[in-house]
Design a protein around this ligand. Structure first.
Ligand code: NDP
Length: 305
């Protein structure tokens, strides 16, 4: 039976560290770091994510500032809002919650954020620094995953790592971070041929594709460390019956509630073959928020109060 990598427990530890650092700053007469969250419109999923981020700020003593423009905001108006936050000396981190309404250019908005306040690590300057192996603000999900893997003593040097997914938010930065730790890294994507055998080579397998239960237990190398980044909402019973064969409690929940969350990996099957695996929920999701708070603290300290 695989070890369960409890992302929630590790995220709690990271948040406690941020809280202790904020308290240490206060003891020196320094202000709390401040995170500005921009939520355009009223997308229900985004509202849930933003609520979680604001709650994590409250828990750690980080000041949260909310800007909630209406969904018909123009690109110019959004740019001005970001400029105002860029210029505000009391704001350390700026997060524009995605997705944005279709008429807005998300990339333009993200690139507008000053690199020193780019706590999501999506600005090209910060991505370039990661590419060059320089310190800087790094995307929250992969950087928090890496912290957790290191904390669990997962050996990466010389190991085969396979990252499923090549997004700029998760897949590509995760691959670069694994490379930095001297893993031999393969990035797979929707055009990769024979995904099962590519996955089967991985000592460390990271799934970030957004396809519920795509990765079957038989694809996983015995003893591999599996990090499941995917968060999917399954509502179809036929799909659930296929992917939850080894998780009867999840199937029962789907039948009862009509929807369940799951990752890209068939967790019940992975438990039988992997050496360690992250659950969904309670794995990478909480780590992402903890990574955001850590980045906000780092941004504050790097800006020199
Ligand atoms: P994207 O949609 O931006 O990227 C998905 C990637 O998966 C693409 O590179 C795509 O390939 C690849 N892909 C899609 N289908 C397949 C397939 N059948 N076989 C192989 N590769 C495939 O997603 P994100 O990176 O933003 O997110 C991925 C997942 O992680 C989602 O479920 C998302 O909800 C979740 N997520 C979770 C977070 C957390 O906190 N736990 C944070 C961020 C994301 P191609 O490039 O060829 O199209």
């Amino acid at each position: 039976m695989a070890q369960i990598l409890d992302g929630k427990a590790y995220a709690d530890k990271m948040l406690d560290e941020v809280k202790a650092a904020v308290e240490a700053r206060a003891a020196q007469g320094l202000r709390a770091p401040a995170l500005a969250v921009v939520l355009v419109g009223a997308d229900p999923a985004s509202q849930v994510y933003v609520k979680g981020k604001i709650a994590a700020c409250a828990r750690t003593g980080v000041t949260s500032i909310e800007r909630r423009p209406a969904s018909d905001i123009t690109q110019d108006e959004l740019n001005w809002l970001i400029d105002e936050l860029n210029e505000n000396p009391f704001v350390d981190g700026i997060l524009v919650q995605l997705p944005l309404p279709k008429h807005l250019d998300a990339k333009a908005a993200l690139h507008r954020i000053h690199p020193t306040k780019d706590v999501d690590g999506f600005h090209p300057l910060n991505q370039g620094r990661l590419f060059e192996g320089l310190p800087g603000l790094r995307p929250c999900t992969p950087s928090a995953c890496m912290r957790m893997l290191k904390a669990h003593g997962v050996e990466m040097k010389g190991k085969r790592a396979v990252v499923l997914g090549r997004s700029e938010i998760v897949g590509k930065p995760m691959a670069l971070m694994l490379l930095e730790e001297h893993a031999t890294v393969t990035i797979a994507h929707s055009r990769t041929l024979d995904l099962p055998s590519v996955c089967g080579e991985a000592d460390i397998l990271v799934a970030a594709i957004g396809k519920p239960g795509l990765v079957e237990g038989s694809w996983i190398k015995p003893g591999a460390v599996v990090v499941d980044v995917g968060i999917n909402r399954v509502t179809e019973l036929a799909l659930g019956e296929r992917i939850f064969a080894a998780e009867p409690e999840k199937l029962a929940k789907l039948k009862e509630k009509g929807a369940v969350l799951c990752g890209d990996v068939r967790y019940g099957e992975a438990l039988q073959v992997a050496g360690a695996v992250t659950p969904v929920p309670g794995g990478v999701g909480p780590l992402t928020i903890a990574g955001l708070l850590r980045n906000t603290l780092d941004a504050c300290e790097q800006r020199g109060n």
